[in-house]
Ligand binder design. Structure first.
Ligand code: PGA
Length: 249
């Protein structure tokens, strides 16, 4: 069985009370194959509950959905890498398209957050992806490369980074990239990571954008995909338990 990551991004859903019930239902479905990792990205207020609820499950980790780049101080409403770590995070999403497009986060800020994640010993999951307009103009790779360059280009050490390719037009819209389109962008990202040697192998590249129980097998049949980052379809514990057990050719 090839190793695969199933990452669930709960976005602004599932508080601590619901998270306890969610994990109970999720683990009631039994253990997960050891080659598979399950990562949960709950809202910050539920992070500690999730970290406690997954303790003892070797291949299940929790992460924050975002961090601010300063370690502490007068930044009302923000959470830092060290605070997320204290609540039990091992990973953090950086530059999710909703951070970029709803909250106006820039490439430069995304770069600072990647640096802050390393400083706090959190593994960054860097999200990149083009808008529909950029895809139609044939700029997909230019945009993705610019985002990679801004976030990772200045690094000199080698550390583990996961990249999530999430075309903006496929997120929460029910539209997917075809498995072949996704694989093509994944190949280019892998090539960039190899040539720039800014991150340590093995490179883990996830695909995200309207992944669900119906299309996961077909997407994961592409060996360029090391896993999926899932929003909406990770919110129901029982169907998520099924999704992480998807049979992959
Ligand atoms: P979606 O979200 O699966 O609901 O499209 C994916 C994501 O934003 O990470």
């Amino acid at each position: 069985m090839r190793p695969l990551v199933f990452a669930g991004n709960w976005k602004m859903n599932v508080g601590p009370v619901e998270a306890r019930e969610y994990l109970r239902a999720f683990f009631a479905a039994g253990e997960i194959a050891l080659e598979r990792s399950v990562w949960f990205f709950p809202p910050a207020v539920a992070l500690e509950t999730v970290a406690q609820g997954i303790a003892g499950h070797r291949n299940v980790l929790a992460g924050s959905q975002d961090i601010y780049w300063e370690p502490k101080g007068a930044f009302t409403g923000a959470i830092s890498g060290p605070l997320a770590k204290q609540a039990g995070a091992r990973l953090t999403l950086i530059g999710h398209s909703e951070r970029r497009h709803v909250f106006g986060e820039t490439d430069e800020q995304t770069g600072k957050k990647v640096t802050a994640a390393f400083a706090a010993d959190l593994q960054p999951v860097l999200c990149v992806g083009e808008t529909l307009e950029q895809r139609e103009a044939g700029n997909t790779m230019a945009v993705v490369t610019r985002q990679l360059e801004a976030a990772l280009g200045k690094r000199d050490g080698k550390a583990r980074v996961t990249v999530a390719y999430e075309p903006v037009w496929a997120i929460g819209t029910g539209r997917n990239a075809t498995p072949q389109d996704a694989a093509e962008v994944h190949r280019a990202i892998r090539e960039w990571l190899k040539t720039r040697a800014v991150t340590a192998a093995p490179f883990v590249i996830l695909y995200g954008g309207s992944v669900n129980l119906k299309n996961a097998a077909e997407l994961l049949a592409q060996h360029e995909l090391d896993g999926v980052l899932v929003g909406g379809a990770s919110l129901d514990a029982r169907s998520w338990a099924q999704l992480v057990r998807t049979t992959v050719a």
